[in-house]
Design a protein around this ligand. Structure first.
Ligand code: ATP
Length: 402
């Protein structure tokens, strides 16, 4: 259909990139990228007229996206050439042809296109040897400065190599090493690094491979010298998915899986460096602070909970200050059966306990405001957690006695 619309508008249209790669690998991919040697926005408008999706146009970039049900997404762009004013900058773009559009891309396996106009429908366009590299299971860049121009491609190379179980071709490996030695990673903003690390850890099935590759290129060390990722960390990061599955049985609230994985990833960083490292990986400062608190306290939590007998109030006070994500991290990280048992018990039986009496209630009972209020409330909470009182009336009676 896109080709027909292209014919009507007298524009060449191609499907390119990941879709073509995945088609050849016989893998589903519903992110369709169309490139036209003509007006991309007009093509998007006319195409959407026929298929009735939700069209968003970015005039400034000359691009458009059509969203269809079932998470089908169609990106349409005018063929463009990209150039970099300085290394690691965001690229400048100008209108061009399909060759230049493919040449601006990252790896040969992502640089193939299939023509969609009637006169050459289905013709495979493979200027850079993508098909051969797919057969040889290799990730290869198009030219030696590729990683210098855009160091995020280093992370992408590792992500694709891990995902498809490909190797990174020898010269490409050398270009990566050269870019890292030239400190190109330092030129990337925290936002761009963050995005790439998150893309990598989301591909959980192959995490051991991708983390090992990141390690072998000493990428973690270049991002932050205190970031130690040893084989134990890799194993635990891989296990996060199982801990999360366990927690989903205990609570219907959604968890932020990425946060748990990031906590586990930095679990061997020295306590005084945690906050600094986290800032590179998480943008939200409040979140960074709360995660830092939980990570700093984790050893004392494990110590309290690693006993055979711990009373309910001790469990409650040890775990109450921490988010669900921190609890899952403790569960996964400690690997201690007692700690795990008490965390599950807390989540199931204790986490929702809170007191209902307020300062106003105490005032109405004729108690003068002061530090006594906190003492009373703490004892009421303790009694509730220990199971010696149950409802609000009980709470009020108990407060009166106090
Ligand atoms: P995925 O399956 O992870 O979505 P994809 O190949 O579709 O993989 P995208 O990140 O959606 O990846 O990018 C779409 C296309 O844009 C890629 O196939 C590649 O050709 C190109 N591309 C994306 N990022 C870069 C980059 N940093 N440098 C060069 N080309 C890129």
């Amino acid at each position: 259909l896109a080709g027909e619309v292209g014919d009507e508008l007298n524009q060449k249209v191609y499907i390119v990139g990941g879709f073509v790669r995945d088609l050849l690998l016989k893998t589903d991919n519903w992110d369709l990228d169309f490139v036209t040697e003509g007006d991309g926005i007009e093509l998007a408008r006319q195409l959407n007229h026929k298929i009735g999706g939700k069209l968003t146009i970015h005039e400034k970039f000359g691009t458009a996206v059509i969203k269809l049900p079932q998470f089908i997404s169609i990106d349409i762009v005018t063929a463009r050439r990209e150039y970099y004013e300085y290394p690691a900058a965001l690229p400048k773009v100008e209108r061009s042809n399909i060759w230049s559009d493919l040449f601006r891309r990252d790896f040969t396996i992502n640089c193939m296109a299939i023509a969609l106009n009637q006169d050459n429908f289905g013709e495979m366009i493979d200027y850079f040897g993508g098909m051969k590299d797919l057969q040889d299971k290799q990730i290869r860049v198009l030219y030696n400065l590729s990683f210098i121009e855009d160091p995020t491609r280093i992370f992408r190379a590792i992500r694709f190599a891990a995902r498809f179980n490909f190797t990174i071709e020898k010269s490409t490996c050398q270009y990566i090493e050269q870019a890292i030695s030239a400190n190109m990673l330092e030129k990337l903003s925290n936002d761009r690094i963050r995005e790439e690390i998150i893309h990598i850890i989301r591909e959980q099935d192959v995490l051991d491979k991708s983390l090992q590759m990141l390690n072998s290129f000493k990428i973690f060390k270049s991002l932050d010298p205190s970031l130690t990722i040893n084989s134990m960390v890799i194993r635990k990061v891989k296990n996060v998915r199982f801990s999360l599955e366990g927690f989903r049985q205990l609570s219907s609230k959604p968890f932020n899986q990425t946060i748990v994985m990031l906590m586990q990833l930095i679990s061997e960083v020295d306590t005084d460096k945690i906050s600094e490292v986290l800032k590179k990986l998480i943008a939200n400062e409040t979140l960074v602070n709360s995660i830092t608190q939980s990570m700093v306290k984790r050893r004392s939590v494990y110590e309290i909970l690693s006993q055979e007998e711990v009373d309910r109030y001790t469990i409650y006070t040890a775990l109450k200050p921490h988010s669900d994500e921190a609890l899952i991290f403790f569960y996964n990280d400690s690997e201690n059966p007692y700690v795990r048992h008490y965390i599950a018990f807390y989540k199931l039986k204790l986490s929702s306990i809170h007191i209902k009496i307020t300062g106003k209630d105490l005032q109405e009972m004729g108690i003068k405001p002061g530090p006594i209020y906190k003492m009373i409330m703490d004892s009421v909470l303790k009694a509730k957690v220990l199971g010696t009182i149950y409802d609000r009336n009980g709470e009020l009676e108990f407060a009166k006695q106090k």
